[in-house]
Ligand binder design. Structure first.
Ligand SMILES: NC(=O)c1ccc[n+]([C@@H]2O[C@H](COP(=O)([O-])OP(=O)(O)OC[C@H]3O[C@@H](n4cnc5c(N)ncnc54)[C@H](O)[C@@H]3O)[C@@H](O)[C@H]2O)c1
Ligand SMILES: O=c1ccn([C@@H]2O[C@H](COP(=O)(O)OP(=O)(O)O[C@H]3O[C@H](CO)[C@H](O)[C@H](O)[C@H]3O)[C@@H](O)[C@H]2O)c(=O)[nH]1
Length: 323
């Protein structure tokens, strides 16, 4: 298939592009490079620099390329940042998505796969979390993603654009070629690995007073190769709706740091800090629907293996994509 990947120069987009190319798809990456890296774009894909906030950029890209499907990763992604400076999240995530859907209608593209998130649920009433839970986001980031889902649902109903919402839990890990290089970095595992690499003195733990087994937040960490695989499966005609993507194993922040200590052999000093605004207590997936409907079969569920893949990438690329 011919596929346009919006945000394909970013972390999850780069690995998904790599795996789409491996599977023989014809890929066009559309990215403004504000948070992504051109060297992270698989050379087998065509690269187009453009910004979803500018209607004409995406409309002309879709009219020129006429992809059969769009995979949409392009967004601002940090929960903490969204609680300090909220409006850019609505501008980029919501109006960018609105412009994308408008351009898809104009170009006749009938399939969208959207990077949604477990942050759209907020702290759930029960764990593990399936797709029937109410969506009550606790952060601006989560709210912005929920608004996108709603826009896309109307696009599906009225314009017949088949929409898949992949609600990821916490993406992590790397392939040999592509890994996580956000600047500044905010995600737990790469920050912990920076301590092991000696570029950061210690890791701050945001909150020790949550109602969890050791007081720190619980998350479900999922390898980006497994995430990427779900996008490929979701391309199949007839697949639509929301799918939670996680392993179903919850790890506290302290447990993640311990796994990183074992993998790296580094002591990794940690210091307690107050809670970070917008963080939910515990988010763990029930991915039964993805397994049964998509045929999704995650292959890299072991957290030590995930951390090891990230550690290998960071050691091979100590300056991320800046070399
Ligand atoms: N990383 C996670 O754990 C996680 C979890 C759940 C959902 N998600 C979602 O997955 C998607 C990808 O996340 P990521 O970690 O790869 O993020 P990322 O920041 O690495 O990648 C996002 C990419 O989109 C591009 N982009 C942003 N706004 C753009 C715009 N207006 N026009 C064109 N390009 C634009 C950036 O330059 C970047 O290359 C995001 O939508 C995010 O909300 C991520
Ligand atoms: O220096 C740090 C960084 C993070 N954490 C904690 O580690 C956990 C994971 O935090 P991340 O920043 O790595 O990930 P988030 O769970 O905040 O967010 C990720 O998953 C979300 C869904 O929950 C969103 O989709 C978002 O895009 C994606 O970045 C949280 O409890 C956070 O408070 C720390 O204690 N110290």
């Amino acid at each position: 298939m011919k596929i346009l990947v919006a945000g394909g120069a970013g972390y999850i987009g780069s690995v998904t592009t790599q795996m789409l190319c491996d599977a023989g798809h014809d890929v066009v990456v559309f990215d403004n490079l504000e948070r992504g890296h051109q060297p992270a774009v698989d050379p087998r894909a065509k690269f187009m620099q453009g910004d979803l906030r500018y209607k004409e950029d995406i409309k002309s890209a879709l009219l020129a390329e006429r992809p059969e499907a769009v995979i949409h990763f392009a967004a601002y992604i940090e929960v903490g940042e969204s609680m300090v400076d909220p409006m850019p999240f609505f501008e980029n995530n919501v109006s960018g998505s609105l412009n994308l859907m408008t351009a898809m209608v104009a170009s006749g593209c009938k399939k969208l796969i959207f990077s949604s998130t477990c942050a759209t649920y907020g702290t759930p009433d029960r764990i593990p979390m399936d797709e029937t839970l109410p969506q009550k986001p606790e952060s601006v980031y989560g709210e912005s993603k929920l608004l996108c889902e709603k826009i896309f649902q109307w696009g599906e109903k009225i314009h017949g654009i088949e929409c898949v919402f992949l609600r990821y839990f916490n993406a992590c890990g790397a392939t040999e070629q592509y890994g996580e290089a956000h600047n500044p970095e905010s995600h737990l595992i790469p920050l912990v690995l920076q301590v092991a690499q000696g570029t950061r003195e210690k890791i701050f733990i945001f909150g020790e007073d949550y109602e969890t087994r050791d007081g720190t937040c619980v998350r479900d960490y999922i390898h980006i190769k497994d995430l990427a695989q779900a996008h490929i499966l979701a391309l199949k005609p007839g697949i639509a709706g929301a799918f939670n993507l996680g392993n179903g194993d919850g790890y506290t922040v302290k447990e993640v740091i311990d796994v990183c200590r074992k993998v790296t052999g580094h002591a990794i000093p940690a210091e307690m800090q107050p809670r970070r605004a917008g963080d939910c207590t515990a988010l763990v997936a029930d991915a039964t629907k993805a397994k049964t409907v998509l045929g999704w079969d995650p292959q890299h569920a072991d957290l030590s293996e995930i951390v090891e893949s990230a550690w290998n990438w960071h050691r091979a690329h100590p300056n991320g994509y800046e070399d």
